[in-house]
Design a protein around this ligand. Sequence first.
Ligand code: ATP
Ligand code: MG
Length: 724
Amino acid sequence: MAEEELEILAGLNRAQREAVTETEGYVRVLAGAGSGKTRALSQRFAYLVNEIGIMPGNILCVTFTNKSATEMRKRIHLLTGDNDTGYINTFHGFCVSVLQEDSYAVQYPKSFLVLDNSDIDAMLKIIYEERQLSLRDMTFAKARDMIEIRKIFTEPRYYEDMIAMSLDGIKEKYDRAVEPADIIFYGYLYQEKKCFGLDYNDLIKFTLYIFEQKEELRLKWQQRLEYIMIDEFQDIDELQYRLMKILCGYHKNLFVVGDPDQTIYTWRGANIRYLLDFDQAFSPTKTIYMMENYRSTPEILAVANDLIAHNRNRIEKDLQPTLPCGESVLCASNASPEEEAKWIAQEIAKLHEREVPYRQIAVLYRAHYLTRSLEEVFLQAELPYTLYSGIHFFDRKEIKDALSYMRLIAYRDDLSFLRVANVPKRNLGERRMAFLQEYAAQNGCSLYEALRQSLDQELFQRTKAKALVELVEEFSASYSGRPVSEVLAALLDASGYERMLRTEGSQERLDNLAELKQAIYEYETSCGEEAMLEDYLSRIALLTNSDTAETGDKVKLMTVHAAKGLEFPYVFLCGLNEGIFPSRKTRTQQAMEEERRLAFVAVTRAQKRLYLSAASGLNFDASLRYPSRFLLELDDGLLEYAQPVPALTRQDAQAYIRDMDRRMAAANAPKKAAFAKGDRVLHRIMGDGEILAVNTDKGAYVIKFADIDTPREISFKAKLEKIL
Ligand code: ATP
Ligand code: MG
């Protein structure tokens, strides 16, 4: 059949058709926002399955967020009519699949736990209590970051210990640690190994380990994955790159799509070079360019093009509109964040009067904290909205509790046990828990097992421990093969959890549980009869808030990062102020360019109309707030001003921006050394010394002082005099 007649190719342009039908070898699509990259990717999946007859289970399709994976699965299901949608997942989700099959290769059980932030916090709590650390030593958020940084950058081979060492071996490291950071790090590794828990970093590291070290398994996966496709390739990091490079090593079919102007994760290790140098790493590569934009009006694209053109470090390209002209890009400079929120609410009300449904409207911002004034005004104005960032549905207490009950019957792990053993009250308070901790440590068993073995002890006589053990035993023996939603409903009933909420009158919590049951039910219907409790539990741990906000006719509030890859008819981009967007943490020109790319991602989400807003006034530290350079640098002719930036404010802002840029340049200027290697110098406090090395990148000398045994790094800024 000639290509033109294929239904699957209808509605695609030439470049997209090429992307869909060039199925063999290395193919790279370099194209701008809204040019149909993701659409081509999903059509390609359908083409492989429907036209070539490839089994979906032999295709790996990697998306950036769970939300896009879910959407892609739905689309593929529609296009292929097949229930088996293969491996359509995020990198982390795919790693869970690999480990569920092959975790024995790292001596982990198939029933490993995927840890999310609140699990990590629960572990930190145990460590802090055990070693008497306080939040003053380190907050949980800092501790989580520290652990991540050590795992990615400073101790990248930590996983070898986790795999090779016995639990006792890791515990010894923990016991020997003295510095809070070491205590926390090794304590965390110990806690993880104890419950066979894996956090997001471990998922990737362990999978890579399997592929790099276990030849047979590598070959199995390489042979299975005949076609690999990756969306948003501009934000791939080193580990993900290594992973997919190995995976495509057998069939050599790799298809990647990306847009260099939308790299927004270099702060987390993403590297644009993987996209730009793809053709050198994978030869021969066919590169396909897509020029036309199908998403936004010419007005919106003109603003997007003008904005991104201010980045120096980029390959020039303009987005070409295909849609007819529409409404102007509307801008407002407001007196305060409250005024700004009110303006947004007013404009939304106007749209709603024109019968635009709320769900077609998104408000995007740089940072979570900006939602406060928006939420206040929206609540007052009775404007329905949902927050795609903020408290995670799956972080809510009742949801965590319900999931912990399910984890307890599947894994009998300590984390879940600690969470629900005494909820509802079973008289298992601190004293009895302490006994169990002690017993478990002595006998090398889990807390649950400790309780099971201690039921006859006097200490547990006036408790409901026996009922709890009976509950767990009964459900453990009977859950497999039953629908997950049914297990949950029965468990919430038999455990007395729902009764407790009813007695407390917590209707909202009960509603949330109902929502959970609904979500599980939908999960079951989407993946057929094989929905296993363990699969569901590991999937849940990978979800983020942007995946789970409720539906309904509501305005969507989310960060720009969460909006990546999505599109909305009406977009408000708010908080366009220096210190907010660009963020005050921007310290280098490269970081400034990344902020601008982030603004570009925001702007290119809009289909019909874009609104930009800023607020003057004072920052919380009493400094003045200026409109963002991203707003000021736009050509005025491209904007309609609902409320213009006052001329004086504009002048002040420009002076402020120039000053900031100058300071940034000075701080980043290459550092000059006043002395050379071999020079002898005098330090006011340390005395005589000799310069052993000069490190210009760091701006420091390595000096061996006569009176000090080991050399020290001393900053260029220190006062030194040359000894002749
Ligand atoms: P981003 O870089 O933001 O991820 P993208 O390149 O992935 O964008 P898509 O999301 O695939 O772009 O497509 C943008 C919009 O254009 C979607 O609404 C899509 O349905 C539509 N579209 C894509 N290709 C075509 C086409 N050939 N004809 C008409 N509409 C199209
Ligand atoms: Mg896309």
